[in-house]
Design a protein around this ligand. Structure first.
Ligand code: PGA
Length: 257
């Protein structure tokens, strides 16, 4: 069997959840995570108002937590924004940056995503930097160019010491929330391409997550690929059984480094 790296599985709740139902979900995930092999790390990224709840219910568990976006500013008159230091105040260690839903609906460009990544790192958070192409771009053969530009914009702003502290998530936009995951070969191909970029920056060990309709049925096959170090899981992270099954799939193919 080829050598597998340790795996990381992160839930991205998006704009889902309510206080009462979150409690049951967080408790179930914390309990289930306790049974996982040490080679699997688990996290959940929740809406800002629930960071305190995540902290209260996950502190001391195997599950890390964090947010889904961060301001490019550190503080000031930016109504509605949330600074990295505020996210850290609730014990968070993670933050998703540059998710395609933010790039599309909030017009976040490559430069802004790079600055947000810097703000997260400065505050001591692990930014999960998302990249991915649309179906149109893939069909036009522009996939490598698109994800290459997205990752390069971030890496260009980071020192080698900073670059090793990020996580990258490849999320083809056509696979997000559609039930239509990339095949493991399609994902591996892009992950290998991204890995080359990271190697050039001296950050070859950065975890490369795949996201886009990850579910219990396809997780193990995806996670077996040599450059897929885990998953960023949307819809399936809202059902504790599915999320834990995905974490278990990661456990089945991972080894402690
Ligand atoms: P999905 O979302 O698993 O529901 O496709 C993944 C994501 O957008 O992070």
């Amino acid at each position: 069997m080829p050598k597998q790296r340790a795996k990381l599985v992160v839930g991205n709740w998006k704009m889902h959840g309510r206080l009462a139902e979150n409690a049951a979900l967080l408790e179930a995930v914390a309990q289930g995570a306790a049974e996982l092999p040490e080679s699997v790390r688990v996290g959940v990224c929740v809406p800002f108002p629930y960071l305190a709840q995540a902290q209260a219910l996950l502190a001391g568990s195997r599950v890390a937590w964090g947010a889904q976006d961060v301001s490019e500013h550190t503080q000031g008159a930016y109504t509605g924004e949330v600074a990295a230091a505020m996210i850290v105040d609730f014990g968070s260690s993670l933050v998703v940056v540059g998710h395609s839903e933010r790039r599309t609906y909030h017009h976040e460009g490559a430069e802004l995503v790079a600055v947000k990544t810097q703000r997260a790192l400065e505050a001591g958070l692990t930014p999960i930097v998302c990249v991915g192409e649309t179906l149109e771009q893939r069909e036009a053969g522009e996939m490598h160019q698109v994800v290459g530009e997205q990752i390069d914009a971030v890496l260009a702003k980071l020192s080698a010491q900073e670059a090793v502290r990020i996580v990258v998530a490849y999320e083809p936009i056509w696979a997000i929330g559609t039930g239509k995951s990339a095949t493991s070969q399609q994902a591996q191909e892009v992950h290998a391409f991204l890995r080359e970029r990271l190697v050039a920056k001296g950050a070859q060990d950065v975890p490369l997550l795949y996201g886009g309709s990850v579910k219990p049925e396809n997780a193990e096959e995806l996670f077996r690929e040599p450059d897929i170090d885990g998953g960023l899981v949307g819809g399936a992270s809202l059902k504790y059984k599915d999320f834990l099954a995905i974490c278990e799939a990661a456990g089945a193919v991972s080894v402690t480094q």
